[in-house]
Structures are given as structure tokens and as C-alpha cells.
Design a protein around this ligand. Structure first.
Ligand code: HEC
Ligand code: HEC
Length: 304
């Protein structure tokens, strides 16, 4: 009896993907303020674009568009990544140019066109913000406090306890036999050479098209396609991108930095061709896609 229970409950500790941690303990007042700010369009230049316009928590933390619209009508140069689990990535952005959420929020807010001093003046007109900030921060409503509240909220956006994590923790029934086979193939094909760790990615850079020229096939080269080269100017960084995490990936179509790949099936096929240089059978693509769906997690105790 006891033995059975233990076998069923043994966590799989030597897997290339590890379960997501629970969100860190955070000051509830700062968290509530950050959540409100994240959804507040007054931070943006046109006062119409909130962080959540592009990072919609109901759409997997992204917006379902190939590229998003910035205030003023310009498209973002790249696809909007999910904000969920972002702080678990080793660097931020497709080209890794920001090191942390705090660094990002203090840098130029190109996607919202935010001028922090202008935004602060707007928020100061709102008595409820003024009193809530006085309660949460010793200096009250300041640019630093606004930025800190946003980062606090971002740090809460972890999606633990998905079916795959329950499987890793030892619940054999959390995923089906087909999903297990998909995971086996994911490892056997070598996807885990790049998509690994708690975020199933997000912990290294890799060249897009290591085994074939994706950009030649696609055509229409943009400056953003140069990837990390734009940050370092080094030839070896041409077309280098941060490997994206695959958590909740089934919810964040379209795919890749250019948002050109519409379905998960096509993303898996493309990876096989350009990153591994191997043909893959449709049946195997389907199984891997089934496995990828088990990476959907929970936010605030609810499935995404
Ligand atoms: C117009 C759409 C848009 C808006 C509005 C927007 N973002 Fe983004 N966000 C993006 C895009 C596009 C990227 C990827 C940029 C890149 O990689 O060069 C991104 C990347 C990020 C990242 C890095 C994620 C990662 O894993 O690399 C964070 C963090 C982030 N945004 C937070 C915010 C916050 C906070 C706000 C509000 C102040 C905001 N964003 C508003 C489109 C948007
Ligand atoms: C050599 C490293 C490498 C290998 C191996 C690899 N990937 Fe990727 N993967 C990447 C990189 C880098 C990107 C981002 C490419 C881009 O945006 O242009 C990516 C993107 C993806 C995406 C799209 C994610 C998104 O949010 O847009 C999926 C899905 C994916 N990979 C699945 C797989 C699968 C399945 C395999 C195995 C068949 C695999 N990958 C093998 C590096 C790799």
C-alpha cells in the first residue's frame, strides 16, 4: 500500500524541464497598485494603450497579433511575447537587451511611448492613487514607486501547477499516454537542447536557422531579424535570438520573433527543419503539439 503511493508520487527530478515555482511573496498593496497600473492607459503617450493592451492576461499574456500597434499607429518590430513567467527568463526581449524587469521599466518605454514625468502628473490628479501610494510607499507617489509597483505585479505573473508540472511532480495521470509520447519525442528530437529549465526555454541564445536559412526562405529581411547583432554588433550574433520559453505556448499564436508562423503545428515543423535539420512525420508533429498543450499553467488559481 505505502509502496504504491510512493511510486505514484515520485517526482521526476532528472528531466530537462522543471516545474515552475509558485509566485514569490509580495507586498499585497504594491501588488494591487501594480495590477491597476498595468491596466491603466494613462501611462501611455496617447492615454489609450495600457501594458495589458498588448500583454492581455486573458490571451496568455500576449495579444494574438503578429505585431502590435504602438501609440501613433506604428507596428512593433517584433511579435509581443507573453508577460507570464517573463521574470524567469535569463534576459528580457527577443534580442536579450534588458537584464531584468527593473532595468526594462527604467529604460525607454517604446511600446507605450511613456514619459514617466508626464504620466506621474496624470496619476497625481487621481486622489485614489495618491492615497494608495502613500500607504504602500514611504515617499508616496513617485516615478520610482510607480515603476516598482509595476515590477512587483510582473513578478506575480507565474503560471505554476499546469498539467505537465503536476506530472513532473509525480502525478502519472496528469497527462495522457499520447502527451507522454509527445514529450518523449520532444526530448528524442533534441528540442530540449534549447527549450529547457523551468520556462522550457528562456535561458540561452541560439541562431535562428542553425541548420538551414530561415530568412532566405522567408525573404523580406527587417532590422529586427538581425536579433542580438543589433545589441552587440558582433558578426557571430547575427540572427541570434533568446530561445523563447514554451510555457502557455498553445495560447500565444502567432509564433516566432516575426509573428509569421500561425499555428503550433507549423512552428514545430519549422523548428525541426531549421533548428534540427531533420524531417519529421505529421503524426509526430501532432503528438509534440499535444505535449505542448500540457505546458498551460494556472494564474491566480485558475487555468489560463
Ligand atoms: C504596443 C504593444 C505593447 C505594449 C503596450 C507593451 N508591450 Fe511589453 N512588449 C511588447 C513587445 C513587442 C515586446 C518584445 C520587444 C522585443 O523583444 O524587442 C515586449 C516585451 C516586454 C517584456 C519582456 C518580456 C520578455 O520575456 O522578454 C516585458 C517585461 C514587457 N514587455 C512589459 C511591458 C510593460 C510593463 C508594459 C506597460 C508599461 C508593456 N510591456 C507594454 C509589446 C508591448
Ligand atoms: C537550436 C535551438 C533550438 C532547438 C533545437 C529547438 N528550438 Fe524551438 N526555438 C528556438 C528559437 C531560437 C526560437 C525563436 C525563433 C524566432 O523567434 O525566430 C524557437 C521558437 C520555438 C517555438 C515558438 C515559440 C514562440 O513563442 O514563438 C516553438 C513552439 C518551438 N520553438 C518548439 C520547438 C520544438 C517542438 C523543437 C523540437 C522539434 C524545437 N523548438 C527545437 C530554438 C530552438
Amino acid at each position: 500500500m505505502v509502496e504504491n503511493t510512493e511510486t505514484a508520487g515520485t517526482a521526476l527530478s532528472n528531466e530537462p524541464i522543471q516545474p515552475l515555482p509558485p509566485p514569490p511573496a509580495l507586498d499585497p498593496r504594491k501588488l494591487a497598485l501594480g495590477k491597476q497600473l498595468f491596466h491603466d492607459p494613462r501611462l501611455s503617450r496617447d492615454q489609450k494603450t495600457a501594458c495589458a493592451t498588448c500583454h492581455n492576461l486573458k490571451l496568455g499574456g500576449a495579444d494574438g497579433k503578429p505585431r502590435s500597434l504602438r501609440p501613433g499607429g506604428m507596428a512593433t518590430p517584433v511579435n509581443t511575447p507573453s508577460i507570464f513567467n517573463a521574470m524567469l527568463n535569463f534576459r528580457l526581449f527577443w534580442d536579450g537587451r534588458a537584464g531584468s524587469l527593473a532595468e526594462h521599466i527604467q529604460g525607454p518605454m517604446e511600446d507605450t511611448g511613456t514619459d514617466w514625468e508626464v504620466a506621474l502628473q496624470r496619476l497625481r490628479q487621481d486622489a485614489s492613487y495618491v492615497s494608495a501610494f502613500s500607504a504602500a510607499y514611504s515617499d508616496g507617489l513617485t516615478v520610482a514607486a510607480v515603476q516598482d509597483a509595476l515590477v512587483t505585479f510582473e513578478r506575480s505573473l507565474v503560471t505554476p501547477n499546469g498539467r505537465f508540472d503536476r506530472y513532473l511532480r509525480g502525478d502519472q495521470n496528469a497527462i495522457t499516454a499520447e502527451e507522454k509520447e509527445g514529450y518523449r519525442l520532444f526530448k528524442a528530437y533534441g528540442c530540449t537542447a534549447c527549450h529547457q529549465g523551468v520556462n522550457a526555454g528562456g535561458n540561452m541564445y541560439q541562431k535562428v536557422g542553425v541548420m538551414g536559412d530561415y530568412f532566405d526562405k522567408r525573404g523580406d529581411l527587417t532590422p529586427a531579424d538581425l536579433g542580438r547583432f543589433n545589441v552587440t554588433g558582433l558578426e557571430r550574433d547575427r540572427h541570434m535570438f533568446r530561445v523563447p520559453g514554451l510555457r502557455n505556448v498553445a495560447l500565444t499564436a502567432p509564433y516566432l520573433h516575426d509573428g509569421r508562423i500561425k499555428t503550433l503545428e507549423d512552428a514545430v515543423k519549422g523548428m525541426s527543419k531549421f533548428m534540427l535539420g531533420r524531417p519529421i512525420e505529421p503524426r509526430e508533429v501532432k503528438l509534440i503539439v499535444q505535449f505542448l498543450h500540457t505546458l498551460n499553467g494556472e494564474y491566480d488559481g485558475q487555468p489560463l
